[in-house]
Design a protein around this ligand. Structure first.
Ligand code: ADP
Length: 270
């Protein structure tokens, strides 16, 4: 009877500990939900007045300003530009993190996304003296996804790679099919990321304390957004890097079979 009592006591204690843990997790989830709702609401509220300020600053810029006023105007413009970037990054992160905003996934060929992104980032790369290349297969690489989100995913990785690579460096964007996945790799020969930083990389607002990285401006929201978009597409992201040598980000997404092209009528007319 003593043994049974003892076992029962132990079981009861385990049950209580589990219940405490369950409540703690639920509390943390509520805090996290509240935090992201607050951020989403705040960025929404900030967007409208910011648009008004930017618009008026632009009009003011066309006026005949004396040199001192011109300098003040320029400082205000830079400040609002910076604020606009932060607010837009926050809004996008809030949108892709919102469980009430489900993913609208359509079949799309990621090679198109790659070409668009590379065309967009290429001028920045050229201006910096960074060689940018795109490598993709001749056949379609189809995933089920949201074109705007995947554009941001590839765009953030490619622009980071260019941003954190100095003159004379190389950035390669590659797409390939591996078993039932579409694999994107973005590699650079840039400043690299320490092992310690690699563990923090996907946390919102994280920015490395590496002076070479801090020379570039940023919000620390780009990679969090990339990881969130990959996760909601059923994919995953990995990083491999060595400080001073470069970094490779790999995103794997579930592949979808290509949309069957309709059988074209025969054109043998001669
Ligand atoms: P940021 O706006 O600061 O670039 P991200 O979330 O995109 O924000 O990246 C977070 C941090 O990760 C950056 O501040 C930088 O230190 C580091 N990082 C991201 N991509 C690279 C890269 N390709 N090479 C080196 N460091 C990188």
């Amino acid at each position: 009877a003593l043994q049974v009592g003892h076992d029962l006591g132990a079981a009861l204690m385990t049950a209580r500990a589990l219940e405490r843990e369950r409540r703690l997790v639920a509390d943390l989830q509520r805090v996290e939900d509240y935090r992201s709702q607050l951020v989403a609401m705040l960025s929404h509220e900030l967007r409208t007045p910011l648009t008004v300020i930017s618009g008026n600053l632009e009009l003011l810029g066309e006026a005949d300003l004396d040199p001192a006023a011109r300098r003040h105007h320029e400082a205000m413009r830079r400040g609002t530009d910076r604020m606009g970037t932060v607010v837009d990054d926050l809004l996008l992160l809030a949108r892709v993190s919102n469980p009430d905003h489900p993913l609208v996934a359509l079949p799309l060929d990621v090679r198109r996304v790659g070409r668009e992104v590379v065309a967009l980032v290429d001028s920045t790369a050229r201006a910096k003296g960074v060689e940018l290349s795109l490598d993709e297969p001749d056949t379609p690489l189809v995933v089920l996804g949201d074109a705007v989100e995947l554009d941001r995913l590839v765009g953030n990785l490619a622009s980071n790679a260019v941003k954190y690579t100095g003159s004379g460096g190389r950035v390669a964007v590659r797409f390939r099919r591996a078993a039932d996945e579409v694999v994107l790799t973005v590699s650079d020969t840039g400043i690299g990321i320490s092992e310690e930083d690699q563990r923090e990389l996907f946390r919102a607002f994280f920015r490395s304390t590496n002076p070479a990285a801090l020379r570039e401006s940023g919000t620390g929201l780009g990679l969090t957004t990339v990881a969130t978009i990959a996760a909601r597409h059923g994919g995953r992201i990995q990083v491999a890097s060595r400080l001073g040598e470069g970094s490779t980000f790999t995103v794997s997404l579930p592949a979808s079979s290509p949309v069957p092209t309709s059988v074209a009528p025969s054109t043998e007319e001669s």
